[in-house]
Design a protein around this ligand. Sequence first.
Ligand SMILES: [Zn+2]
Ligand SMILES: [Zn+2]
Length: 457
Amino acid sequence: MFDLFFLPLGGASEIGASCFYLNIDGTGILLDCGIHPRKSGFDSLPNFNLLKNHPVDAVFISHAHQDHIGALPYFVKQFPHVKIYSTVQTVEISMVTLNNAAKILKAQLSENNQDLLYTHDELELMLKSVRTFDYEEEISLRGLAHKNQNSISVTFHDAGHILGSSLIEIKYNGRIILYTGDIKLGSQSILKGAAVFGINADLLITESTYGYLEDTLIPNRLDEIKRFTWETNNVLNNGGSVLIPVFGLGKYQEMLSLIYSLMQKCKLVETTIYTGGIGRRISRIYDTNKYLVKRNYENLNLHDIPQENYLEIEDLSHFIRKPGIVLATSGMMIEGTASLRMAKFWLKQKKFAVWIVGYIDPESTGYPISAANKGDKIVVQNGTPVKVNCDVKKFHFPSHSSKTELLNFIDDLKPSKIILIHGDYESKDKFGYEILSRFPKVKLYNAENSNSISLNV
Ligand SMILES: [Zn+2]
Ligand SMILES: [Zn+2]
């Protein structure tokens, strides 16, 4: 048994700026260090001021999405002595994504703007603080002010969410804390789902992203693939092109492998696949790690899938002459991106279609497009209203666990205490209600940013 001090600096009731402080007998640990994707500059950071009177010895990063790692380069500048731990794949991906984010940030901000969180050079410096580990490898930790002879043991387990993603298991004095990060328990197209076997947890700190979504409304994956195939074939057979706005990390690789495998099985019409941007560079990392992580399509190199680079196409009427499927970043069609530029062209084309396959923030530029139906008039980027001539449809290919998946996971882990994080209030309310209905003996905590929780583990 031991006393735990838990303090969320960000990401407690939102998807953004995930950062949780734990103090275990004097050793200070941060779980994740993300930025808020909808905010910019210092506003996007977790509240690091809360660390003023607390020691920090180590940061453990669950995965390379910006809402979990984006603030790390800034944090390392303020706390240069702190060691960073993550999986090999997470670090490899984040050097691509953080450098890309630094480039975008610099372009967005005026030259002398103080809000520039970090530079490319500072990213190189950050690497010096980073220690990489494989899944299931044990890390032994004792902070500078550690008050006990026993050290803390930390292990990464495959979380099945994106390449390199992990659940973080913390063992101390015979007790176990498990932090889910972002977790997908079931299989996706490439990734096989989380690999956590035979573990019990005393305290579970769990994401609640899909807590709001009733399982009766979630289509079965195979049915959804059938619907996707049928709808896509309809558009292609009619001479149209399909635009799929995707996040460059995760959803891009999952959709590319799904589309290719459907074509290989002759279920989907053979057509040109257009890709580009950062997604291509991350696909390379999926390829070089294909034997180092458990996955489907073990021998498939995403890079070897025939694809044309959409960034080399200036005149978008090319997609009328040579139709195909376009996987374009960004997933939320934010300003200045290829997917927004193409979506505006797509909206005018009667034979074309936009498929939405991931989460879109209601405040983002792409949201009105994602919510539109054929024939609607919508306003994009504060412009004049435009008529939606193309087809717009949503498909559910989640990279987070459903509520039922998480409830079954809780049943396996048998934690006596659970802290809910990484979900909006509605998600946490609904998920919390179901946890208590099914496991009435569990002590449930609803984390709030800046509010500490002291508990006995
Ligand atoms: Zn994620
Ligand atoms: Zn997340």
